[in-house]
Write a protein of this length. Structure first.
Length: 178
């Protein structure tokens, strides 16, 4: 209950801060408001399409396909496939988290999911092109040579550890307030 009260109090406080910032020409406050509005606008344009794509993935990709290529009986190629899938993921972690949950529900092993999430952070194609054009192709290649093996090894180790401990994703129960 306290969290809900604090959440609903934060909106009027933020609005007062925004009005104060514009009236007093407080640059940091104005920039914070502009950033919030810009981010919110991007999210409103992007998220509906992301959720549609996730929904299509849920419907079109069968559990057997995910298990065959990314499941517990797969080898090293599953990690490479996860890196390739992450490289083509549009939208960064906004798409990667829901997609990784869907992969988990469809039987992908944890190590592969960790590889997918990590690779979605470091090797998406648009980000790689941007990086190579500004910092240089040599830097990008060196970064891939160093980071991708570390991602795959650490993901495989963590996935194996958690699977040996019988890790299960928790589904929080929705508690009704009285």
């Amino acid at each position: 209950m306290k969290k809900k009260i604090l959440f609903f109090l934060s909106l009027p406080v933020y609005l007062l801060f925004a009005v104060y910032s514009y009236q007093t020409d407080y640059k940091a406050g104005i920039k914070a408001v502009e950033n919030l509005l810009s981010f919110s606008g991007h999210m409103l344009l992007f998220l509906p399409f992301a959720f549609i794509l996730i929904g299509l993935f849920e419907v079109w990709i069968k559990r057997q396909t995910v298990e065959q290529y990314l499941g517990r009986s797969t080898g090293f190629s599953a990690y490479l496939l996860a890196v390739a899938l992450a490289g083509t993921t549009v939208g960064g972690l906004y798409m990667a988290f829901p997609l990784s949950y869907s992969l988990f529900k469809k039987g992908a092993k944890l190590g592969v999911i960790f590889t997918y999430l990590s690779a979605a952070c470091i090797c998406r194609i648009p980000m790689t092109v941007f990086e190579a054009s500004f910092i240089g192709i040599k830097f990008t290649i060196v970064r891939f040579i160093i980071s991708l093996p570390l991602v795959i090894v650490s993901s495989a180790l963590l996935g194996n550890y958690l699977e040996k401990k019988n890790y299960r994703l928790q589904h929080p129960e929705i508690k009704k307030e009285k």
